[in-house]
Ligand binder design. Structure first.
Ligand SMILES: Cc1cc2nc3c(=O)[nH]c(=O)nc-3n(C[C@H](O)[C@H](O)[C@H](O)COP(=O)(O)OP(=O)(O)OC[C@H]3O[C@@H](n4cnc5c(N)ncnc54)[C@H](O)[C@@H]3O)c2cc1C
Length: 424
């Protein structure tokens, strides 16, 4: 079968590899334009790998499972760092609590989350695309599509036209595919939160940190600083606060052009918030900082229509508080791969799409809702609410540590699919 995949980000590229490994023809199309990016950076940094947001990403057990099936898990483990626990605390590092992030009873190679730079993960995926013969066209911004009972035709801004059996919209939180499919009223909403993503070379700057992954929260000031060690010598970080979107923040998330000015400004800002000095210095010495705007997508009751299907953030983009957006996108990939294996005849695609919606909609809406709930506990309006949220969050984490609550990353898409098929 022929798949036109729009969006060659982390999820689109993963899907292309997964389906190509099963013998399908996949062609990736992405609006990213390397030449334009270099011009707009005005001599500043431009990422060589598109889809990079300048920081890191955490892949949890539920997402690692599909990377293992695709045969690229070891490369990912080699390029990142496993992080069995995270340490949450108040902004100044007091009241620390270690939270278990591993899944008891899982295979050793996927039981712990992996922290990895997005660029490295994207590079691994693009190399895997190359190895299975997936082509990727850049400078291709989807503007329209039409479908017949047998095929789809996609039109891009530069006049290019692509045909296939199916269109897969993997074009992220501002998905054009989603808007064309379901209209303009269920689009991404600004949450009021802006973020800054940075990377620092610890070794080159003689910096040390006391735990590989730390979350520092000040609920009353509504700000958060998260530090993720991504290798022996590199650390990525994320600072979030309630503010107006930064004028330099684009939805393709390019790095700041004036790094010295922004690193100094942000380091001074978090120092005032009371962040421990060793972390302040990590921000001051960053080699790249990218401003981002945090969006949430309203839940939609359908992920497919006719021969067009949404996947990843295009289907269920959510607030990043649960660290699950990508892992859920990878679950989508694994689910589709299994379904097309079970129903290899083109005429059976409706069964595939129905089962995809049946399994993916409840799961992703559940996690999106929990991410919203988690975001609500990070920000409080009064000291009393801040203390209450602090207490509730600790109770939630302790319940997970004690095994009283199922870990959200213990989900197994293969088991969920088997159960859904049994039901029908
Ligand atoms: C600050 C932040 C931190 C996060 N941290 C984590 C984390 O630790 N763990 C985790 O699991 N998730 C995390 N997430 C979520 C995660 O980043 C996303 O879920 C994931 O990147 C989604 O991948 P995607 O391929 O669906 O979309 P994207 O990565 O957004 O890729 C979409 C691609 O589509 C292209 N595109 C867009 N429009 C068009 C068009 N019209 N035509 C053609 N191409 C187009 C874009 O250029 C892009 O390459 C975080 C998100 C944010 C904002």
């Amino acid at each position: 079968m022929q798949f036109v995949i729009v969006g060659a980000g982390l999820v689109g590229a993963s899907l292309a590899v997964a389906l190509a490994q099963e013998g399908h023809e996949c062609i990736l199309h992405d609006r990213f334009d390397m030449v334009e990016a270099a011009v707009q950076a005005k001599g500043g940094l431009v990422t060589v790998s598109f889809g990079d947001v300048g920081g890191h990403v955490m892949i949890q057990t539920n997402g690692l499972r599909i990377l293992k099936r695709m045969g690229i898990l070891q490369q990912v483990l080699d390029a990142g760092l496993i992080s069995p626990t995270v340490c949450t605390s108040k902004m100044d590092g007091t009241k620390p609590l270690r939270v278990n992030m591993f899944v008891e009873g899982e295979d050793d190679d996927i039981k712990n989350p992996v922290q990895i730079l997005r660029t490295l993960l994207h590079n691994i995926l693009m190399k895997a695309c190359d190895a299975v013969g997936v082509r990727c066209f850049t400078g291709k911004k989807l503007v329209a599509f039409t479908q017949t009972p047998d095929s789809v035709e996609c039109r891009f801004e530069d006049g290019f036209v692509a045909h296939g059996d199916f269109l897969i919209g993997a074009d992220g939180v501002h998905s054009a595919t989603r808007k064309l499919l379901f209209g303009q009223d269920k689009v991404a909403q600004f949450t009021g939160v802006v973020g800054y993503l940075g990377c620092v070379d610890l070794k080159a700057n003689s910096l040390t940190v006391d735990h590989p992954t730390t979350f520092h929260v000040d609920r009353l000031s509504k700000c958060e600083v998260v530090m993720f060690r991504v290798s022996e010598d590199k650390l990525a970080w994320r600072v979030t606060e309630y503010a107006e979107p930064d004028t330099e923040a684009t939805d393709s998330w390019r790095a700041y052009s004036n790094l010295p000015k922004e690193s100094e400004r942000l380091a001074n800002m978090v120092e005032k918030w009371g962040l421990p000095q060793m972390y302040v210095e990590c921000i001051r010495k960053s080699y790249r900082i990218t401003p981002v705007t945090i969006y949430d997508l309203p839940d939609i009751p359908k992920f497919c229509d006719g021969r067009v299907l949404l996947i990843g953030d295009a289907a269920h983009g959510m607030r990043p508080n649960f660290g699950q957006g990508l892992s859920l996108g990878l679950e989508d990939v694994g689910t589709l791969r299994e379904l097309f294996k079970m129903f290899p005849e083109p005429a059976d695609y409706k069964k595939v799409f129905d089962l995809y919606e049946k399994t993916r909609i409840p799961r992703t809406h559940n996690i999106a809702g929990r991410s919203r709930g988690m975001a609500a506990t990070v920000y409080a309006d009064t000291p009393m609410r801040a203390n209450l949220s602090h207490f509730k969050t600790r109770l939630f984490y302790l319940s997970m540590n004690w095994g009283l609550l199922p870990h959200p990353n213990a989900f197994n898409y293969e088991e969920a699919l088997a159960a859904a098929i049994k039901e029908v």
